[in-house]
Ligand binder design. Structure first.
Ligand code: ATP
Ligand code: MG
Length: 370
């Protein structure tokens, strides 16, 4: 497992999942590997009141009611659609749920303009068809069909990017719970086993690209994932991811808590100014999500590790922030410049701390880019 660039959640948490399964005596729907309560515990982590022998870390940060509604949906007849801004952890939550429920989060279809019905139903192994004709052996089931046959969870990422024919094909799968394969006579129908469900994700900023038909909407429960604006939870997410990153790269580098505060504060400031902005030109192109925050810190940590003094500095953090967020020239650079001079500079004068160095690093980064 350590030689995978990124292990799926069921491998990464294999040991913990096995342990949870061994102590789980609550009733389980269908062939679920864990009961709904244990799934929730796996995702949100344990509390002292759970009275467990060991601690279970929180993996997804967000409202408990969101997770509960998602779990309930998976046991229902409808699919689960996680919808929200980019980088709000939709895919991560989908992966965790699939890992907890059926120990396989890899039955994934990626929705793009090029996704076809074959990608959610089946296709054929052409050379086998030529040699032996069309049969179950020469059929290549899609990840969704594999999930149907094994009573597992199929995932559909970025559902709204798929064209309407693909969405229509999904309607029949979600309502009929079978796929007919007219090319096969005899056993031409593949039925879903109990436990089969679909978790789809959709980016609310992409909405309208291929807006979901009302028929498809009716077959999904929508669970809206809000942008984390609570600084405490956000700090936890960022810390959790950073620790993981450091571990993955075996980096021994100190991330001072004061710098984590600077990062969180700068994102909060930039979000506030984006919310107050009149036009798109006065707004950073970035959605300023938690995921982007993690990206900024990740770049800074790697830079500090490879080129720095094995410690993260405010200077490196600022230059990583500018580098990640300045996507459009000149709009984004102007916004960041205005932020540095209008907010960071006075704050540095007033509070000192890491801010003056952050200002300097940001200024230099802007100067290099413009
Ligand atoms: N609420 C959260 N809890 C834990 N991790 C989070 C949370 N929000 C974001 N993250 C982290 O941010 C990273 C990106 O999240 P993810 O890819 O799931 O976002 P997404 O909502 O699917 O975005 P997109 O719409 O761009 O696909 C994840 O690796 C995850 O660790
Ligand atoms: Mg995603």
């Amino acid at each position: 497992m350590s030689d995978l660039l990124r292990a799926p959640a069921e491998l990464k948490y294999a040991e913990e999942l096995a342990w949870l399964e061994s102590i789980d005596d609550n009733p389980k729907p269908f062939s679920w590997r864990l009961s709904p309560k244990m799934v929730r515990l796996f995702v949100l982590g344990s509390e002292r009141s759970d009275g467990l022998d060991r601690e279970v870390a929180q993996k997804w940060f967000g409202d408990r009611s969101i997770v509960e509604r998602a779990i309930v949906t998976l046991a229902s007849d409808r699919g689960l659609l996680l919808i929200g801004d980019p980088g709000t952890g939709k895919s991560w939550l989908a992966e965790l749920l699939a890992a907890a429920v059926c120990r396989d989060s890899t039955l994934v279809v990626q929705g793009t303009a090029g996704t076809t019905e074959d990608h959610i139903k089946y296709s054929w192994n052409v050379s086998m068809v030529i040699a032996k004709g069309q049969s179950r052996e020469s059929m290549i089931p899609s990840p969704i069909m594999t999930a149907m046959e094994s009573g597992a969870i199929g995932r559909f990422e970025e559902l709204t990017r798929a064209t309407s024919d693909v969405q229509d094909a999904l309607i029949s799968i979600l309502s009929e719970k079978y796929v007919s394969v007219p090319e096969l006579d005899g056993d031409g129908i593949v039925f879903a086993k109990p436990g089969f469900s679909v978790i789809a994700t959709a980016n609310s900023r992409d909405r309208g690209v291929n807006d979901l038909s009302s028929a498809l909407k009716r077959r999904f429960n929508f669970v809206r994932i809000p942008v984390v604006t609570n600084k405490k939870s956000e700090a936890e997410i960022v810390r959790f991811r950073t620790e993981e990153l450091l571990r993955r790269h075996s980096i021994e580098l100190e991330v001072p808590p004061t710098l984590l505060d600077v990062l969180l504060q700068s994102f909060a400031d930039l979000r506030a100014s984006a919310a107050a902005a009149g036009s798109d030109d006065e707004k950073l192109e970035s959605a300023l999500s938690t995921a982007e925050q993690i990206g900024v810190l990740e770049d800074a940590v790697l830079h500090g590790n490879f080129f720095g003094e094995r410690t993260l500095t405010a200077r490196t953090l600022a230059s990583s922030l500018v580098g990640s967020l300045a996507r459009r020239e000149p709009e984004d650079l102007a916004i960041l410049n205005k932020y540095l001079h209008g907010v960071v500079e006075p704050r540095g004068k007033e509070q000192g701390g890491e801010w003056p160095e952050f200002l300097e690093g940001g200024r230099d980064a802007i100067a290099t880019l413009s």
